[in-house]
Design a protein around this ligand. Structure first.
Ligand SMILES: [Zn+2]
Length: 159
């Protein structure tokens, strides 16, 4: 049963090494055997001194060249919402999306939020980037997807 096998592959620990990213070049993972966090990757225009996410071929302000840039892995939630309608791309229901102001450079990015704690986000929450197998790539293939999760999960007494 191929469908069953595919499901098992996604849920296995270590599957992150096997699955492709939902989009090339938007995050990096620590090398095999190394510890560390995933990092968000984007672009930087020297002429405008502005960061971009995702990286564009040409700067949308000056049409100049855009170089690759490490955008860090932490930020602050600017605004967010929980989407309870039927999700696209095999995402869990509900799932969260929001704008996150990146700590490294202040760039405001639109991002997926951790579906395991959709109701725990607040404006101003400190978040950190994570990557896991989540949903599919639009063609039904499982993929790795970056999302922001809370730096500190609420304790049981707060929940
Ligand atoms: Zn520019």
């Amino acid at each position: 049963m191929p469908a069953r096998l595919k499901e098992n592959t996604v849920s296995e620990a270590g599957a992150t090494d096997l699955l492709p990213p939902v989009q090339e070049g938007i995050f990096s993972l620590p090398a095999a055997g190394e510890t560390g966090s995933p990092r968000l990757l984007g672009g930087y225009c020297r002429a405008c001194e502005r960061y971009h996410f995702p990286r564009e071929r040409h700067c949308h302000r000056c049409l100049g060249p855009v170089e690759g840039a490490d955008l860090g892995n932490t930020g602050i939630v600017y605004s967010f919402t929980a989407v309870r309608a039927k999700p696209p791309l095999g995402l869990p229901q509900p799932y969260g999306v929001g704008f996150v102001d990146l700590a490294a450079n202040g760039l405001r990015v639109f991002a997926l939020l951790d579906p395991d704690c959709v109701d725990d986000f607040k404006i101003g929450s400190s978040v950190v980037l994570a990557v896991k197998p989540l949903g599919h790539d639009g063609k039904g293939r499982p993929c790795l997807r970056p999302y922001f999760t809370l730096q500190q999960y609420p304790t049981e007494s707060e929940a």
